[in-house]
Design a protein around this ligand. Structure first.
Ligand code: LLP
Length: 466
């Protein structure tokens, strides 16, 4: 993870982290952090042709607004830039039946990593042959279902799983198409990657200790298993292709060794997901076209050096498609100025959601930005911290942002870039009702995931009706 920012009462003064610049106008959107159709008119944020305040008037807050045009544009941009690849949308970032259908309509495939995600995909009518199934601990029940429904590829992650699939295919007479998840010994985050040191995690078969080679041999020795190729995913929120380069070199070296020593030609290879997005002004992501060019170049170069045919490639972007397509809208409930050492103060703006709808700030020290969404203000900027309403001091949504100093109860705040891993990791902490996802497009708002109700909350509480 990135090092922590300089503290609030840093020698430079109460200006927040070093990367955060005070905007000339707090009303202005930093456009590239927002979805394609987001803009402000007289201080009112609009998304998908709807004034956010109007959506809120009908659907209340907190709410996730999903810009359908933006989602489709990003999906299409990956599809077109990676036209020689198969592109699997990583459903773990955010999945519901509507989004699964959009993904299919835009020509993408779908990566699921649990029985629940598979259920959503199948309910949406996604062709099972276009589904990839991940997970490091798939049960017999899950694998049976995956094989029976004809999932296009199962990415195996342990010898136990290979044995389970062997049993299932022998019992049913069905085939399973398999990729072997390998650990390339590379873990990449934001602006850096570290090679060699990251074998110590639960995913994948190690290339270094020979497990990956043995796993391939085990798959090829199982009559019902059809080996498609190797799979490598090196991390998330990556901006630098050098991590992919090191991983590709290692995975392709194994690919070539398997061809030479086992005489097995694997037709495919997956390079995983992890392409970074801009959460704040400090992030500078690449366009899909640039990523495609870089990844293709890396693989072709390595294949030439190894004298092997270039396998059919696939990728699995999640965040880069859905992340920027959503924003979360909250209502301000309280504002509080807290004195800090050195004669400075911090303005705490409490909103009606928090770590139950966005755990990423607390969990990963993630940075977000936000804007006043329901009016223009000419008040001077104040450095604020946006916090939730949960009973926990770490319940922070936006650590540092300049907001107009007259921010007040009743104002709407919107946080961009919340499409990935926010609703999908949302919880009922403090018995919060998880917010709806509202798709907005051409002036129409459509609830695609409704807000939870108290009945939903109580539905699993068996004592509730006694
Ligand atoms: N493929 C595999 C095998 C993965 O494990 C993941 C993410 C992806 C694709 C998609 O990665 P993306 O393009 O969305 O970065 N909860 C964390 C991220 C966990 C990612 C897990 N795997 C977060 O909120 O940052």
């Amino acid at each position: 993870m990135r090092a922590h920012e300089a503290g609030w009462a840093h020698a430079e003064g109460a200006r927040g982290p070093a990367w955060l610049r005070e905007p000339a106008d707090t009303n202005a959107l930093v456009q590239h952090l927002w979805s394609a159709t987001a803009h402000k008119t007289d201080g009112d944020l609009h998304v998908g042709g709807m004034a956010v305040a109007d959506v809120v008037a009908e659907h209340n807050t907190p709410a996730y607004l999903l810009d359908e045009v933006d989602f489709r544009q990003r999906a299409r941009a990956f599809r077109e830039a990676f036209s020689d690849f198969d592109v699997y949308y990583a459903g773990k970032a955010f999945l519901c039946t509507t989004v699964a259908r959009w993904v299919t309509e835009e020509g993408l495939r779908l990566d699921v990593c649990s029985d629940g995600e598979l259920t959503v995909a199948l309910r949406a009518g996604v062709d099972p042959a276009r589904i990839g199934y991940h997970g490091n601990n798939k049960s017999m029940i899950e694998l049976r279902r995956a094989v029976a429904t004809g999932v296009g590829r199962i990415i195996v992650d342990s010898f136990h799983e290979i044995a389970r699939l062997r049993t299932i295919t022998a019992e049913t007479g069905l085939d399973a198409r398999v990729m072997v998840r390998v650990t390339a010994g590379v873990e990449a985050h934001t602006h850096e990657y570290i090679a060699t040191a990251h074998e110590d995690q639960k995913f994948g078969f190690s290339i270094t200790n020979g497990d990956a080679f043995d796993a391939v041999r085990a798959v090829t020795g199982a009559p019902g298993l059809q080996l498609l190729g190797l799979h490598s995913h090196i991390g998330s929120q990556i901006f630098d292709s050098s991590g992919f380069e090191v991983a590709a070199r290692r995975v392709l070296a194994l690919h070539a060794r398997i061809s030479e020593e086992l005489g097995v030609e694997m037709p495919e290879m997956d390079l995983g997901g992890g392409f970074g997005i801009a959460y704040t002004t400090q992030d500078d992501p690449s366009e899909p076209a640039q990523l495609a060019t870089e990844l293709t170049k890396i693989v072709e170069h390595e294949c030439r050096a190894l004298a092997v045919a270039v396998p059919h490639l696939s990728i699995e972007p999640g965040r880069a498609i859905v992340g920027p397509a959503m924003c979360t809208v909250y209502t301000v409930g309280t504002v509080k100025k807290v004195a800090l050492d050195g004669g400075v103060s911090r303005t705490y703006v409490s909103v009606d959601g928090g770590m139950s709808d966005n755990i990423r700030t607390a969990l990963y020290d993630a940075d977000y930005s936000c804007t006043l969404a329901s009016r223009a203000s000419s008040a001077p900027a104040v450095l604020a911290r946006v916090v939730g309403k949960h009973c926990e001091a770490g319940d922070i949504v936006v650590k540092d942002e300049f907001l107009p100093s007259d921010v007040a109860p009743g104002d709407l705040l919107a946080v961009p870039g919340t499409g990935a891993y926010c609703r999908s990791m949302a919880s009922n902490y403090n018995h919060a009702l998880r917010p709806p996802v509202i798709a907005v497009r051409d002036g129409v708002a459509r609830v695609v995931v409704r807000r939870e109700t108290e009945d939903d909350l109580l539905s699993t509480d068996v004592g509730a009706d006694q």
